[in-house]
Write a protein that binds this ligand. Structure first.
Ligand code: C5P
Length: 306
């Protein structure tokens, strides 16, 4: 672990991946407002790095192309993670958190959740609080439904709100392109639109697709392309109809499959290999239907102390 020796200017840096949902099956709204999910998470190799350094009080800074869009107050999940850990252990949250952000912001790739998980691991290491894995996962689940997966990485099925994880076997490398949209989409608004679109219908209980799990296990991108699904896609498209043009631009350039990533507005394109990824990324950039296009592979490891 880098820079942790001595007592003066020690710091801890944690690297943490983005995610894409290979399957996002959404049930009816629960009494607590959340939705039961069968959420097959895949960590993808786009990373934020969070560095925790001792300080008099809790402060957050951010660098990277989207840094201006990142809140630096206690609405930032990194700050909330530090506060939660400090409170549990009865210590002062004296830490400066610097987020070096490469994951697209407000995009359905769990960038905020990633920073929460990374800050938690960084502070636990810096402060020597030695929380068990179970305790860390419990704090992650309190911070947000996607945060436990950011800690764990790889591939996992999330049930309940998406926070109860079971590892999923992945037998190969999958290649992706992500089209980053202008502006964000509010996750609660997308779930609200899902409720509006499904009102009066019988929403089935969410269940993981065996075909999808088999495709992941075999590393077969053709089979995975057929099995990918996102029950929030219609809601995201309803709120942002222009995403249909982005999806069409990627499939027109040879993507095996295209779908909205999580609650959007980032769209995800599964491609056959690195060459296809470059072709699809170039076509997306040239189409004028997105702000940026990023290439990444999955699976990727979870939050890791560097
Ligand atoms: O858990 P998290 O804070 O990320 O959730 C943000 C919002 O997304 C919730 O307030 C809720 O509106 C919606 N949500 C949901 N069902 C889930 C996860 C999130 O309705 N399983």
């Amino acid at each position: 672990m880098s820079g942790t020796v001595g007592t003066a200017a020690r710091s801890v840096t944690v690297r943490v991946p983005a995610k894409v949902n290979a399957q996002l099956a959404v049930g009816a709204a629960r009494p607590d407002g959340f939705h039961d999910l069968a959420n097959v998470f895949l960590a993808v190799g786009l990373y934020d790095e969070v560095t925790a350094t001792p300080a008099d009080e809790l402060t957050v800074t951010c660098s990277g192309p989207d840094a201006a869009q990142v809140p630096l107050d206690t609405t930032n999940l990194a700050a909330r993670a530090a506060l939660a850990l400090a409170e549990r252990h009865g210590i002062a949250p004296g830490v400066h958190l610097h987020i070096d952000k490469d994951i697209p912001v407000a995009g359905g790739m769990a960038g905020g959740s990633a920073d929460g998980a990374a800050a938690l691991l960084a502070c636990d290491t810096l402060w020597g609080t030695r929380a068990t894995r179970e305790e860390l996962l419990g704090i992650c689940a309190e911070l947000g439904s996607d945060v436990p997966f950011s800690l764990v990485g790889g591939a996992a099925l999330g049930v309940g709100r998406g926070e109860q994880l079971t590892p999923v076997e992945v037998g190969g490398t999958f290649h992706w392109v992500f089209a980053v949209a202008d502006g964000g989409l509010s996750t609660p608004a997308v779930y609200g639109e899902f409720d509006r679109l499904t009102a009066g219908t019988d929403v089935p209980a969410p269940a993981a697709s065996q075909a999808l799990l088999d495709a992941l296990r075999s590393g077969d991108s053709g089979a995975l392309a057929v099995a990918l699904s996102n029950d929030l896609q219609a809601a995201a498209l309803s709120l942002r109809p222009s995403l249909a043009g982005t999806l069409a631009a990627g499939t027109g350039a040879g993507a095996l499959a295209a779908l909205v990533s999580g609650s959007g507005p980032t769209t995800a394109f599964l491609v056959a290999d690195e060459g296809a990824a470059r072709k699809v990324a170039d076509a997306l950039l040239g189409s004028g239907t997105c702000r940026n296009a990023r290439i990444a592979v999955s699976p990727a490891p979870g939050a890791t102390v560097l």
